[in-house]
Design a protein around this ligand. Structure first.
Ligand SMILES: [Mg+2]
Length: 330
């Protein structure tokens, strides 16, 4: 039977493609983390990641090109952050529909360049071709001291599970774009839509976590549920997430209430927050901020044996499986 890409799903497809990865001297970690880990200068590893954004799938055709450029770069920077790394050099592949104004592409590039520069990185080349819709592919290199590399696979039973800043904001912002009829205060709408369109990669926090604070990390691109499953799978552990402890801001609760949703759906199932999900055996959560960068974080659960799976402790205290696809009401 011929299986379609839809049947396999994104992660099934990645599993199928993994077999084409050949081992080679200098390859330390390949497919299956936020970035590949390659040999680097003495004492360092080189990180390598790529992401692609497609008009109509990942952004609306009327998206502001400058903001879009910033986001296209930010999502890559976020993957380097999740490895504890410092971003260095990017190349940009663009597919551009005929008739696109040169100004639009220049604004897009300006956004990418400014976002890279904000984190010390530089665009060093690329390729532009004609395409039916706007396509943006950014490949990004980074570097990290060998001892400070963060992987998905380092979580151990008893570690605390933590997340930086807040979650659910991007999902709430997306919902507001899809449902302009939802009645929420204007500043709530502005703030949440901004969170969706202009995510902040947590590069400084990732650097700090790599200094022995975190045992494993991943960035939240696909939602807490899916990304936690990936971290747990890589570490061969399970986890219990405490619903009552999740850092869900009031803005997100307001949007959920207006839409008749449980805020947990946005916080656990929604993607694109680009916060760091990490595990730690040293941080207790008592101070609520990382000591050097002052990044706020919240302890949201604990790592348990793999056999227990990934569970959600509901506000009432009951435990239920947390499916990879996120939170759904029965
Ligand atoms: Mg990632």
């Amino acid at each position: 039977m011929i299986r379609s890409v839809e049947d396999l799903g994104e992660f099934g497809l990645i599993e199928q493609l993994r077999r084409y990865q050949r081992s080679r001297p200098g390859l330390f970690v390949g497919i299956g983390d936020d970035a590949a880990v390659l040999a680097g200068p003495l004492g360092y590893r080189t990180l390598f990641t790529v992401d692609m954004l497609v008009e109509g799938i990942h952004f609306f055709p009327d998206a502001d090109p400058y903001a879009l450029g910033r986001k296209a770069m930010a999502v890559n920077l976020s993957d380097i952050a999740a490895m504890g790394g410092t971003p260095t050099f990017a190349t940009v592949g663009l597919g551009v529909p005929g008739g696109t104004s040169a100004e639009r592409i220049e604004r897009l590039y300006a956004g990418m360049s400014d976002e890279a520069a904000a984190f010390g990185a530089s665009i060093t080349g690329g390729d532009t071709v004609e395409a039916p819709v706007l396509l943006i592919s950014v490949a990004l290199l980074g570097e990290v001291e060998e001892q400070r590399l963060l992987l998905r696979r380092g979580a151990r039973v008893g570690d605390r599970v933590c997340v930086t800043h807040r979650i659910g904001e991007a999902a709430a912002g997306l919902l507001l774009l899809q449902r302009p009829d939802l009645k929420v205060p204007e500043d709530t709408r502005t703030r949440l839509v901004h969170k969706l369109l202009r995510p902040t990669p947590r590069v400084e926090a990732g650097r700090e976590l790599g200094r022995g604070l975190a045992t494993a990390a991943i960035d939240l691109s696909d939602g807490l549920a899916g990304d936690l499953h990936r971290l747990c799978k890589a570490s061969r552990v399970g986890a219990i997430i405490d619903a009552a402890s999740l850092p869900i801001p009031d803005d997100v609760r307001r949007v959920a209430a207006a839409a008749g949703l449980d805020p947990l759906e946005l916080a656990i199932g929604g993607g694109e927050d680009y916060e760091l999900l990490f595990t730690t055996s040293s941080l207790t959560g008592g101070s609520h901020v990382l000591p050097r960068s002052g990044t706020p974080y919240t302890v949201i659960g604990e790592i348990v044996d793999e056999e227990r799976g990934v569970l959600l402790r509901e506000p009432g205290g009951g435990l239920r499986p947390l499916p990879e696809g996120g939170f759904q009401h029965f």
